[in-house]
Design a protein around this ligand. Structure first.
Ligand SMILES: *Cc1c(COP(=O)(O)O)cnc(C)c1O
Length: 429
């Protein structure tokens, strides 16, 4: 039996054999920048991708490699590349497949930083992002042109927690032979294995639930290995690459490597030459977090559901959104995809609008007021005045962000204490 057959086992063992030299049970942290070549020929073979091995820790590190293999197993993907943040994973994924003149079609309900990257930074680099309507998968179809290079979505959108019908979007991507990039940060592979529903490239911010303790920043890209890049539209894969010995990634490599052409180009072009590598210390922190991913995600989901049910009944609450509430607009979709829980995020608006939201946040004692999600500890934020304040009010409204919205990331504390804190702070409004 494959010892990684079950998710819960892979979180603990995936990608690792106990260290053969020291017999260390835990994954060692390899604090080294570089690795000794056995010979001139060995060095040449490594650089020519004729043999895989360690060269320099910007390109790869044995601690990071365990993390990469573990996440590939958890996602059901073919190859992963870890980088220094979720944000870098997204940027590198885009520039691995698109260049000036190309277009990306994206859902609009994105993490704030991703929205700014797509709305302001990529266009300045000549990559146009067209925003579809995440509630209407057909809207992706209508925006496709001969310049489109990928679709981009989040599993549970930030900040109002709409769950997207990923299979419907994947079917349209497939019809046009376009890759679907999915940011699965809010679900993690424990709640949703997006590759099984049609994703070709998966992004995870390790900073959030994957690491799970609010102790490090990191991101990872997983290549499902299920997309054929040999169509001439993907010129970065079919034309000789000036960035890598004139290699044509989709055409010149043997089939087992051409299959993971995306991961190879991601590592050897943007990561190698732009440099947002993950430190092995942080890779170790994420491996430690991953060991309990399954336990944490199910408890985050249980606690969040109870918070959502509590808020839904509270007289001082105007509205609440949680994908697991049967009254939620995207509950029918959430129920189809999220069989193991609906995640740790709850958003709501207290009666009394923006001022009441700010008062509620200031009254919290257990919850920490800060700009993160997915910590083991409960967190709260008012996005309109913080994480999404870069957006215009119109952009905020388009993404479904109202001025009264309070975002809660529900932690692993006692549910009585979590609800008790919310209750006392609502009492002060
Ligand atoms: C936090 C987050 C990111 C960015 O990740 P960092 O690790 O903070 O760079 C991207 N997408 C989503 C959905 C996030 O929550």
């Amino acid at each position: 039996m494959n010892k990684y057959e079950h998710f819960e086992t892979a979180t603990l063992h995936g990608g690792q054999e106990p260290d053969p030299t020291t017999l260390s049970r835990a994954v060692p942290v390899y604090r080294t920048s570089s690795y000794v070549f056995k010979s001139a020929d060995h060095a040449a073979r490594l650089f020519a991708l004729k043999e895989f091995g360690n060269i320099y820790s910007r390109l790869g590190n044995p601690t990071n490699e365990v993390l990469e293999q573990r996440v590939s197993i958890l996602e059901g993907g073919a190859a992963s590349v870890a980088v220094s943040s979720g944000t870098s994973a997204i940027f590198y994924a885009i520039i691995t497949l698109a260049k000036a003149g190309d277009e990306i079609i994206s859902a609009p309900n994105l993490y704030g930083g991703t929205y700014t990257m797509f709305d302001a930074i990529l266009p300045d680099l000549g990559i146009t992002v067209r925003f579809a309507d995440h509630r209407d998968p057909e809207s992706f179809d209508r925006l496709v042109t001969e310049k489109t290079r990928a679709f981009y979505i989040e599993t549970i959108g930030n900040p109002v927690l709409d769950v997207i019908d990923i299979e419907a979007v994947a079917a349209i991507a497939k019809k046009h032979h376009l890759p679907l990039i999915v940011d699965g940060t809010f679900t993690t592979p424990y709640l949703l294995r997006t590759i099984e529903h049609g994703a070709n490239i998966v992004i995870n911010s390790l900073t959030k639930w994957m690491g799970g303790h609010g102790t490090a920043i990191g991101g990872i890209m997983t290549d499902a290995g299920n997309f054929d890049w040999s169509d001439p539209r993907f010129s970065l894969f079919t034309q000789p690459d000036r960035n890598y010995h004139g290699l044509r990634w989709a055409l010149d490599l043997p089939p087992e490597l051409a299959r993971i052409a995306f991961a190879l180009r991601f590592r050897t072009v943007p990561l190698r030459n732009l440099g947002a590598c993950l430190s092995p210390d942080n890779a170790w922190i994420f491996l430690q977090g991953l060991e309990t991913l399954h336990l944490r995600m199910s408890r985050h989901s249980e606690n969040a559901l109870q918070v959502a049910q509590f808020l839904a009944k509270h007289p001082k609450v105007a509205w609440v959104r949680y994908p697991g509430l049967p009254t939620d607009p995207t509950y029918p979709i959430a129920q189809r995809y999220l069989k193991r829980g609906f995640g740790g995020m709850v958003v709501f608006g207290p009666r009394g609008g923006k001022a009441a939201a700010e008062r509620f946040i200031d009254g919290l004692r257990l919850f920490s007021h800060l700009a993160n999600v997915g910590d083991a500890k409960s967190l709260a934020l008012h996005p309109a005045s913080t994480s999404h304040s870069q957006l215009t009010e119109e952009q905020q409204r388009e993404g479904g962000l109202s001025p009264d919205l309070v975002r809660l990331s529900i932690g692993l504390e006692s549910i009585e204490d979590i609800i008790g804190d919310i209750e006392q702070s609502l009492g002060r409004i």
